[in-house]
Design a protein around this ligand. Structure first.
Ligand SMILES: [Ca+2]
Ligand SMILES: [Ca+2]
Length: 284
């Protein structure tokens, strides 16, 4: 009994949440343990980043990519920029098992001026994921979000204009009763029209997967938006509550000059669907 207690104390003294960088590739790997970890990465936008992982602090330069693996336990992982993003960001966050909180904040007034490719995997457990996306200029932002099993909650908040930009977000709810919100809003939560210029595309596939899911897409485009929007909301199996609301600035119809390709598909089960104007619906 005594030896077991000692062992546990020893283990607690060892740094169990660590970050390392490959001298060869510049890749940073942050690795939690099977307890609840608090992991915070602050990206300064110029391929430098500060990482704190429980009690351990690190600073990295010439970062080529960041991989965060939180593993077991109810973890909190935050990745945020504190300046305009000027260097490519390749990010993978795996929240692992447990009921985790994952936050990716590429906004707060900071612009995205370099490419982003982010994979977020919530793993099993009831997870909460928040993604904020600011103005995107002359680059592509591509995100894959896999909520996996459990009753998960995802918010994707867009609060900046797209200029010569692609914003592609694919969401898969997996099993469980998932709630997904994709909204254009300002910092106070009020609806915010976003510009989608002629060289820009917003492309989203939001799939609920198994279980009874709530998926709510509510984005307002400025009336001078003349780019393209391709949005698919798909409930999958189960009884789903779905909304595909692409609004003009007045909030009374579809944006007129935007090229739109929208589809709301309820899938099997009893579904409740809400759309704007003549947005196509099936299985609702
Ligand atoms: Ca952990
Ligand atoms: Ca999880």
């Amino acid at each position: 009994m005594i030896s077991k207690q000692l062992e546990q104390l020893e283990r607690r003294d060892c740094p169990s949440c660590t970050a390392v960088q490959s001298a060869v590739t510049g890749a940073v790997t942050v690795r939690g343990d099977n307890a609840a970890n608090v992991i915070e990465v602050v990206d300064h936008g110029d391929a430098t980043a500060d990482v704190s992982c429980d009690a351990n602090d690190y600073s990295f330069t010439d970062v080529s990519r960041v991989t965060v693996s939180a593993r077991g336990g109810n973890d909190t992982v935050t990745y945020s920029t504190d300046a305009d993003l000027g260097e490519e960001l390749i990010l993978k966050i795996d929240l692992g098992t447990g009921n985790d909180l994952g936050v990716v904040n590429l906004s707060d007034g900071n612009a995205i001026n370099a490419g982003v490719h982010a994979d977020i995997i919530a793993g099993s457990g009831n997870d909460d994921v928040d993604v904020s996306i600011g103005a995107i200029t002359e680059t592509d932002v591509v995100m894959d979000i896999d909520l996996s099993s459990g009753d998960d909650v995802l918010g994707v908040f867009v609060d900046g204009d797209l200029v010569g930009a692609v914003l592609q977000v694919d969401v898969y709810g997996g099993a469980g009763h998932d709630r997904v919100d994709v909204v254009s809003q300002d910092a106070t939560g009020d609806p915010l029209p976003i510009g989608i210029d002629v060289d820009s595309l917003i492309d989203m596939i939001l799939e609920g997967g198994f279980g009874n899911d709530d998926i709510y897409f509510d984005v307002t485009a400025t009336d001078d938006s003349d780019g393209e929007a391709i949005i698919d909301v798909s409930g999958g199996r189960g009884n789903d509550i779905l909304a595909l609301l692409m609004f003009n600035e007045a909030g009374d119809g579809l944006p007129e000059s935007l090229v739109i390709d929208l589809l709301l598909d309820g899938g099997t089960g009893f579904n409740d669907c809400d759309v704007v104007g003549d947005t196509p619906v099936s299985f609702c």
